[in-house]
Design a protein around this ligand. Structure first.
Ligand SMILES: C[S@@+](CC[C@H](N)C(=O)[O-])C[C@H]1O[C@@H](n2cnc3c(N)ncnc32)[C@H](O)[C@@H]1O
Length: 249
């Protein structure tokens, strides 16, 4: 049976019980930070579960948990996945939107993923390598998409510079670019999901999303590590683009 997410699998559990945590010896040449990272990976129930269930990474559980709550990955949905490497979110989306047509009688969806890095192919997903902050990236994605989308989701994260403010500005730029694409391609009623950092871009971005969507939720799914400042904004019910031909007030 699958253990519940967040179960205390493998942790020290009181007197008289064995400590089941995997410990990593500090080998010659291995830095303490690498040892701690490896130890965390080996003892993380989501990492163990991802391996067992065939997901490319523990990140898959974040979108599974968000979708279990808000139900935007429905059969037939057209999804854009920004920052998709190594591909966990795409795997979840392919199954839930029925991109392979495996659920008979259900609508067939589509998954378009992109990332700075190369991604091993995923059956049912169309994946491209692209820097989403480069000039013309937005138009390129629209061309690949060739029409509207129902979901734009972004797990994009720039690698840490070690400088808090710089990291913060980078993630703000990524979220803003993702939101801009969402405004351009979403069908009315569509959903925008994006990773943000707590304390980031908050006020302006939240206000912008609230103007353009029926509901905006800020969520930290259980699979998101408690020691990380990441959280997700889930904006539901896109109100649609303002009619460009409409006379201005
Ligand atoms: C946390 S990982 C995504 C994990 C993914 N959701 C999954 O389930 O496998 C963040 C990704 O964002 C990508 N990324 C960061 N900046 C980007 C950019 N400017 N354009 C495209 N991808 C970017 C990184 O290359 C990285 O693969």
């Amino acid at each position: 049976m699958t253990k519940a997410p967040g179960s205390r699998e493998g942790k020290t559990s009181g007197r008289g019980q064995r400590d089941l945590r995997v410990r990593v010896k500090t080998a010659k040449g291995r830095k303490l930070s690498s040892k701690l990272w490896l130890e965390r990976q080996l003892n993380d129930p989501y990492v163990v579960r991802a391996k067992r269930e065939g997901y490319r990474g523990r990140a898959a559980y974040k979108i599974l948990e968000l979708d279990d709550k808000y139900r935007f990955l429905v059969p037939g949905a057209r999804v854009v996945d920004l920052g998709c490497a190594p591909g966990g979110w795409c795997q979840v989306a392919v199954a839930r939107v029925n991109a392979l047509g495996e659920k008979s009688g259900k609508k067939i969806g589509r998954v378009l993923g992109l990332d700075l890095q190369e991604v091993d192919p995923i059956a049912g997903a169309e994946i491209h390598q692209l820097d989403f902050l480069s000039d013309g990236a937005d138009d390129q994605v629209k061309e690949w998409l060739g029409g509207p989308a129902d979901v734009v989701m972004s797990d994009m994260a720039a690698s840490s510079s070690g400088h808090k403010n710089t990291d913060h500005l980078r993630i703000v730029a990524l979220v803003e670019a993702a939101a801009q694409l969402a405004f351009d391609v979403l069908e009315p009623g569509g959903t925008f999901v994006a990773k943000v950092l707590a304390g980031g871009a908050e006020t302006e971005m939240q206000a912008l999303l609230k103007r353009n969507f029926e509901k905006v939720a800020n969520v930290k799914p259980p699979a998101s590590r408690s020691d990380s400042s990441e959280k997700f904004v889930v904006a539901l019910g896109f109100k649609g683009r303002p009619d460009e031909d409409a006379p201005e007030d």
